[in-house]
Every structure is written in structure tokens, then in C-alpha cells.
Design a protein around this ligand. Sequence first.
Ligand SMILES: [Zn+2]
Length: 226
Amino acid sequence: MNKYLEILQMFVSQDDLRPAITVPNKGEFFTSATDAHSIVYFKNELLPIDITFEDKGVKYPNVLQFVNQDDNINVLLSIEKINSVLSKCPLIEDFDEEEKEVTCDECNGSGEVIFTYEDSEYQDHELDGECPICNGDGKRVQNIQKPNGKMVKNDDYFLNIDESKFSIFLIERLLKVAEILNGEIVIVNRTQSNKPITFKVGEVKVMIMPIISDYDDSEYCLGNIA
Ligand SMILES: [Zn+2]
């Protein structure tokens, strides 16, 4: 697979409720992909010329309007330092979501409930009928979280670039881009704190939104990477 296509696939949204951004988009000059937390983009020429992406039947948002496309800074990050800060992140158990059939607790599994009608004289009338919650099945499908034996980084933790907080997973994805392209990570656009930062790896730019929180979560800071 073309390594730029591989990178696009890493950035598309997994959210089926936002179908427009579950696929990359080829614009006039740039191809981009986003999951609403970060945006990756690069010149169309880096992809095979005949490439097309699935048409989801919904308009792709103009994501590049959110990116400061001009470089205003040039700060080389140390991949070693980023890895060392990330390695301090505590691990937690990972869960898989599983569907499990459970007894409907509205009807206790009978599939029937009693409907009550109050007439104009305030008299109640009762009637047995199909449980509207389980449609008479007596059972419901519930999503349950089941430990899958894996340990993953605790995403309550974050890392800093100056005053701004960044998701460990978004920074790990940036590291993956650097690994795929065998390139270095350079900050090329930064304005004030708590604003997006644009990184460049080779010919690829990645804009990452910071985490905005207005409570004191400094105990979850793993360290500064820039
Ligand atoms: Zn029921």
C-alpha cells in the first residue's frame, strides 16, 4: 500500500454518525483526512494519480479552513524524548464491547406488562399487553464491557507542549506517521496556548487540537515534549 494512503486511513473518523469524515478527501490541491481531533493533509501528487475515495453521499467539510497553512516556527522535536515522556503513562485494562442478551427487567422476562388507562372519572382500567421495551421478547441486547486481557495507556493522562495539553493517542499517531515516513517531527505552526499546533513530517502536515479543560488536572501531566 502507498504509505500516504496508509497514513490517511489512520486519521479518518470511526464515527458512523459522521459519515462524511469516515473517508479521506481529495481536494483541488490537497488530500486530507480527519477525525475532528486532528487533520492530516498533503499534496495530491503524493498519491497515485487515479486515486478516488468512496463517495459517502454527504459533503466533505472544508477542513483545511481550520488549519494555519503558513509556517511560523520551526522546532524540531526529539522522538526519543516524546517516547520517554509517553513511557511514563500508567497502563489500565483494556475492554472489548460485547453484546449480551439479558432478561428484560421491565417485564421480568415475561414479555408482557400491564397497561393502565385512566378514564374521565379517574378510574383506572388495566389490560395485559406486549412489553413495549422488548417488544414481547422478554429479552434485550445489552452492551457490556469485557476485559480483553490487554493493557493500554490510561487516556486520563496527557502531555504538554508549553501550556497546552495534548492527547497521548494523537501524539502516538504522529509518531506512527514519523515511523512510516522515516522522518523527523517538526512544529511548523504554533500560535498561543490552547490553540491547535501543526506538525510536519516529510511532506505531510498534521494539525492537532489541544485538550481544553478548565479544572486542575496537572497530576495527569506526563511532561513536556517540546
Ligand atoms: Zn420486556
